[in-house]
Design a protein around this ligand. Structure first.
Ligand code: SF4
Length: 407
């Protein structure tokens, strides 16, 4: 993938294809006037920044990939921002964003924060490490991270359509600019074949859904042929940053490889557009259980109101809130990290105040490879020989009789 921004400078009239609103926007949840407003905004965005593009182009995921914006200067220009705060960004993570997600960002300061390189990425904190989760030392063969006994992480590509500035794998992603090939996957597949205890394989990267259908299908068919692999999961941010990728052909293929689950990465409620809703609907209709993964980010989603809006938006789209992660200490990420108390406060603000289905598990991925540790506000006050003291969501105190052993 080219590292050159391909933003067009001239602005001729928009083509005839853009006369009607996009069909993907026809979602019952979204009031018509909002859709119309959104459509007008998109039309202007396209006419100004991608004047040669047709609506057909816009809805084509390959066009979106080909036209990624890969320089901070171009991103800032399109967003109408001063360029100077971004010029010195020198972290190892490349910059890239799909035209679609830049359009989403053009309407959301919070989304902008997730993708724009920032000079603070050059400030390395004392506890920050390129590989904070110790994945490299738990990698027996290239592409495999084997940290838990019954499951492995299979890193199938280092490519993402859009790079998140807080990415845990900033040391890896976008470095080669190429997808891994089938030959390198064979080594990883052999490892899985040889380890009969592995019942769960999580395909990640990079973003596996940026691979062509044929390669994804090849991987899934290889994994399905391994008797002890019970489930396959895919971790992806595609529905948020490149929803056009979730084509009917892709979902028709995916549904042949059940049980297949997906973890969808979302950061902010303003990512949930009609296009994203349509992508989630296609995945859910293909019978794929969808869970969400969200990183707790300062200035993006670190308050109860925003997090509740995000979780409600996800569940409406049949995505079950799954994990809320404390931001991992990668180099130059301090401006994204909140105190742990912020995360606990958010969980406290959700529990009891909305459906249990809308509450993710707040976790810290223990530095060095200790795995996910769940955190809860202090609901258990203590215990004595009579039972357990409990605090409910309204801070009322209760006593539950528990004598510590079966009668
Ligand atoms: S989509 Fe995931 S892997 Fe890619 S940059 Fe964002 S967090 Fe990292």
């Amino acid at each position: 993938m080219s590292n050159t921004a391909v933003v067009h400078e001239d602005t001729p009239e928009l083509g005839q294809e853009l006369a009607e609103p996009p069909s993907l926007s026809a979602q019952a949840d979204h009031p018509q006037d909002q859709e119309l407003q959104s459509w007008r905004h998109l039309k202007n965005f396209l006419a100004t920044h991608f004047p040669a593009a047709s609506l057909k182009d816009w809805e084509n995921w390959r066009w979106q990939l080909k036209n990624r914006i890969t320089s901070a200067r171009s991103m800032a220009r399109i967003l109408g921002l001063e360029f100077s705060p971004y010029v010195a960004a020198a972290g190892g993570l490349p910059a890239a964003v799909t035209p679609y997600y830049l359009w989403v960002a053009s309407r959301s300061k919070a989304v902008q924060r997730c993708i724009l390189p920032d000079i603070r990425e050059t400030e390395i904190g004392p506890f920050e490490r390129p590989d904070p989760l110790g994945e490299d030392v738990h990698s027996p063969v290239p592409g495999i991270v084997h940290r838990y006994p019954d499951r492995v992480l299979f890193l199938v590509t280092d490519f993402c359509s859009t790079y998140c500035r807080y990415c845990t794998r900033s040391r890896l992603v976008g470095k080669s600019g190429h997808h891994s090939d089938m030959r390198s996957w064979q080594v990883a597949l052999d490892y899985i074949r040889q380890h009969r205890g592995v019942r769960d394989v999580l395909l990640s990267g990079g973003d596996p859904l940026t691979l062509p259908d044929m390669k994804i299908e090849w991987l899934l068919s290889q994994l399905r042929d391994i008797a002890h692999v019970e489930i396959v999961r895919i971790g992806t941010k595609v529905p948020a940053v490149l929803p056009q990728r979730v084509t009917p052909a892709l979902t028709r293929m995916l549904r042949r490889y059940h049980p297949l689950l997906m973890s969808l990465h979302f950061a902010h409620p303003e990512e949930i557009t009609p296009e994203t809703s349509a992508a989630c609907a296609r995945l859910a209709d293909a019978g794929i259980p969808l869970g969400s993964q969200t990183v707790l980010l300062a200035g993006v989603n670190d308050d109860v109101t925003t997090m509740k809006r995000l979780m409600h938006g996800l569940i409406r789209n049949r995505v079950r809130p799954y994990y809320l992660y404390q931001c991992d200490p990668i180099p130059g990420s301090a401006h994204f990290r909140t105190p742990v108390d912020t995360g606990l406060g958010i969980i406290k603000g959700l529990r009891g105040h909305t459906s249990g289905y809308c509450i993710p598990t707040y976790v810290i991925d223990a530095p060095g490879g200790g795995g996910k540790v769940p955190l809860q506000p202090d609901y258990v006050l203590g215990r004595d020989e009579q039972g357990v003291g409990l605090r409910n969501y309204e801070d009322r105190i209760f006593h539950y009789p528990d004598f510590g052993q079966e009668a």
